[in-house]
Design a protein. Structure first.
Length: 186
């Protein structure tokens, strides 16, 4: 089935493009959501008009979300999770968890559908993308560690403020306190 995209569709194309898609995808999703129309000769005449209108909307949306993209780009989210000896998590870190963490850290609401990642099921460092628009896709860093390990790692990273005073060994201290015995002459 050939369709004319009315709006930008992620991983398919931009508004004004003519794409060949599976019948079910076109009929059940694209047409019902109002993202596309059938590519008839009448619709093809309006393709250039749709393309120009979409360019203007896209430029306006990109300028509005540019500050948000700069703010989100490069942030690091840290999650503490229960994990086994091999590093496998008991559960997973999902897009909803990441969306909530972004909301807490930046005060901007990001929907879980905008986060492009697979559920995280092991300890380590991962990267994820946040799809704000088709052109603005900032990258975030996700660090997952075992519960309790973060406190140990932070304690090791901080230098100790108090230094213990150095003491002389006990044997030397006793030797200094004892009077010297006179040498015996035989």
């Amino acid at each position: 089935m050939k369709v004319l995209l009315i709006k930008d569709v992620y991983k398919l194309g931009r508004a004004g493009d003519v794409k060949k898609v599976a019948d079910g995808y076109g009929r059940n999703f694209l047409l019902t959501q109002g993202l596309a129309v059938l590519a008839t000769p009448g619709a093809m005449k309006t393709a250039e008009k749709i393309r120009k209108q979409a360019e203007v909307k896209r430029a306006q949306l990109n300028s509005e979300l540019k500050d948000l993209a700069d703010h989100i780009n490069g942030i690091t989210l840290t999650f503490a999770a229960k994990a086994g000896e091999t590093g496998k998590l008991y559960g997973s870190i999902t897009t909803q968890d990441v969306a909530n963490a972004i909301m807490e850290q930046t005060k901007y609401e990001v929907k879980r559908q905008q986060i492009d990642m697979q559920p995280i099921r092991e300890v380590g460092e991962f990267k994820a993308h946040v799809r704000l628009t088709i052109d603005l896709i900032p990258e975030i860093k996700i660090i997952v560690h075992r519960e309790g390990e973060a406190a140990e790692a932070e304690a090791e990273a901080e230098p100790e403020v108090k230094e213990k005073p150095k003491r002389a060994p006990r044997a030397r201290k006793k030797a200094e306190e004892a009077p010297a015995e006179p040498a015996k002459a035989e």
